[in-house]
Design a protein around this ligand. Sequence first.
Ligand code: HEM
Length: 500
Amino acid sequence: MMILSLNTQTVLAGLAIGLLVYYVIKRMRYRLPPGPWCIPLVGHYKVYTAADIHKKFYEISKVYGPVVRLSFGPIPVIVLNDIEVVLEAMVKKKADFAGRPKIKSGEVFSGGSKDIALSNYSPTWKCHRRVAGKALRYYLQGDLLEQMIQDNMNKFLDEMAREKDSFAFKDYVDLMVFHQLYTICFGEKRPVDDEEVKAILQLDTELNDYLAKGFLEDIIPYMERIYPTRQWQMFVNKMKQFFNFIREKFIQHKDTFDTGVRRDFIDSMLIARQEAENEGDEAVLEKLDDAYLIHTVADIFLAGVDTTRFTMDWFVYFMTRFPDIQSKCQEEIDREVGSERPSMKHRNKLHFLEACMFETMRLGGVVGIGVPHMSICDSQIGGYDIPKSTMVIINHWGLHHDPKYWKDPETFDPYRYLDENGEMKPAKPDSWLPFSAGRRVCLGEAVAKPEILLMCANLLQRFDIRLPDGVKPNLEYHILGFGVELPSEYKIVVQERIGN
Ligand code: HEM
């Protein structure tokens, strides 16, 4: 018995040493990026649990350089803090870093790799993204987008005009953007106080809160099976509710689908799938079953709504803090748009407004540390080796506050983007990257930019917006999670501008 137990111990100890030696030798093969020391398996606990994780990344990069190696629990993570290494990884290295890490919450979100945003790089993903991109491009044709924005905004601007006292702009913009995406995705125009839209907004807010707090299950995946946390159970439940809602809409669309009519994004997806069918593209057909299309709509909804509504909230926040800049935007709108409704044809004339939108996207950090990538093969960044299957994070906040590229990075300064004639410079500034770059660049960038610009133009054409009397124009914000910063709650007073 004694001999048996000794043998077992020896075997176990031998195994452990063997594994350690294997791990060390494997690591020695690579010239990994530098990073601070941490307790093995626990990792950089103070970093990955910090609300201001984006700032922690940035501070660490000041010591260790633009490519930093950290550990989230047992998971190795590479953080990129400078635009040069970001472009090297995401653009020059083509698909090397276009993967997505397998994270438990991501698996729930993507329905087990059936979406675009969180599924790993694969032939199915490429085909899925191609079809969804085509469907979105359809949507940008003609005046569909501007019509939808105008109809939708007018309802909300009329409501805002009726406010006699100060009010929270957030309450309006959240619903406004939700109604907008509702029309894009489902083709429905609903009344301002529609209960279904409010319920979905509420669900989205709750999902954001869960995601922002993070899950133990993402660090220790087997927790999910052994002893799932309450937070996890609630999240899974809410995600199910959300997918059921999208599924219902999708089925309604499929049942009433008419090939010749494109009512909305769901129809666009159905048409794109049908075109592939007509072209005999077997690869598309095999892959893009209904579950994939349902998850695409969910992606567009979740990826598109929050980024847009948070950006709008920041825009108004800055306009109230800098009334001179607001007036300059209005002068430009009056000059270029006059009493017409702002539309796509005015888009390239509203240079100052566009510069304000760019600056809002930089300083109002709604993307924080973005969506994590993963290396799909052994590769290099900045002269360091990055082994296959390593998580890679872009610190967008770091890029947007880097004094190497931005003079006075904390200052709201739209002039950075303008040339001596007051026109947008042809090239965007090097370190401006709210939509990311490369294979995983935001799929909605071409919709988001005109959508946000037209919303800002409609808003400032109709109203002077200011803070309530006696409120000091401070610049305060809070952190939602994942480095996403939002303006602290604020109220505004609006006054209709004469002639509009
Ligand atoms: C201000 C508005 C927006 C910002 C700042 C923004 C930013 C981003 C960022 C940073 C990513 C991650 C890119 C990466 O992995 O490196 C992303 C992905 C994505 N965005 Fe946006 N986004 C915005 C609006 C939208 C809209 C309106 C839509 C849809 C209509 C959309 C759809 C998507 C999708 C589908 C992905 C996943 C792409 C992929 O993984 O291949 N986004 N976005």
